[in-house]
Design a protein around this ligand. Sequence first.
Ligand SMILES: Nc1ncnc2c1ncn2[C@@H]1O[C@H](COP(=O)(O)OP(=O)(O)OP(=O)(O)O)[C@@H](O)[C@H]1O
Ligand SMILES: Nc1ccn([C@@H]2O[C@H](COP(=O)(O)O)[C@@H](O)[C@H]2O)c(=O)n1
Length: 228
Amino acid sequence: MSVSQIFVAIDGPAGSGKSSISKAAAERLGYNYLDTGAAYRALAWWVLERGMPTADSDTIVDALPDWDYNIGVDPDNYYVAVGETDVTNAIREPRVTSVVSSVARVPKIREHVNALFRDIMRSAPQHGIIVEGRDITTVVAPDAPVRILLTASEEVRMARRSAELANEKATEVADQLRKRDAADSRVVDFMTAADGVVTVDSTTLTFDQTVDAVLDVIEQQTSRTAHG
Ligand SMILES: Nc1ncnc2c1ncn2[C@@H]1O[C@H](COP(=O)(O)OP(=O)(O)OP(=O)(O)O)[C@@H](O)[C@H]1O
Ligand SMILES: Nc1ccn([C@@H]2O[C@H](COP(=O)(O)O)[C@@H](O)[C@H]2O)c(=O)n1
């Protein structure tokens, strides 16, 4: 990342709109966009493909040097690949979602992917990048000039996710989302804003209003930084 590059960190719980809102905001600003959850999902997908037990953290950590991960940071050309395989859609399958938290809880795995994220951020071609996940505001980029906690009530997040997954039972979708947040919360805190992190609560906002709210925070925080 060059010195003049603008760096925006966004965290939040499952279904809060981190990916879709960050991508839309990046498109509006001409920024790059980095989805960090995709790395944990792609690793979980690879572990399943190789038939490794997802709970065997030592074996997964030992195999990390062979995991060839690639992600597109252009918001108009988003893709996720492992080696030659495009896994953009496969990593969203329920079989991956149901095991991703157990892979993401391992500290050595988190260190490995955090180093990857920082490399990707440093080499991003645009003058700004929005990075979203669970620990971006606190661990990956605690010094980012713009840090946002994007949230919405659990009820609204579940309703939005159920609308997306029309073929799945609403109660099961809600149950999975709640369980994943509970498991992930044991590893990093993305339910409360750390010092200096601005909360955007989209519970009563439309999609476009939420993008505007995020863009407002970016504008305010970057002009504050620019004016000392
Ligand atoms: N303010 C909003 N109003 C209406 N729908 C929204 C709003 N924000 C997000 N959505 C919708 O909610 C759904 C979940 O959003 P998204 O997938 O971006 O969440 P996420 O935080 O990235 O979730 P996960 O962590 O599970 O990947 C999407 O269908 C998105 O279009
Ligand atoms: N910074 C992050 C980002 C994600 N995770 C883990 O990955 C899972 C999938 O993330 P999505 O954003 O795609 O839903 C998530 O449930 C976490 O287990 C993480 O630990 N840290």
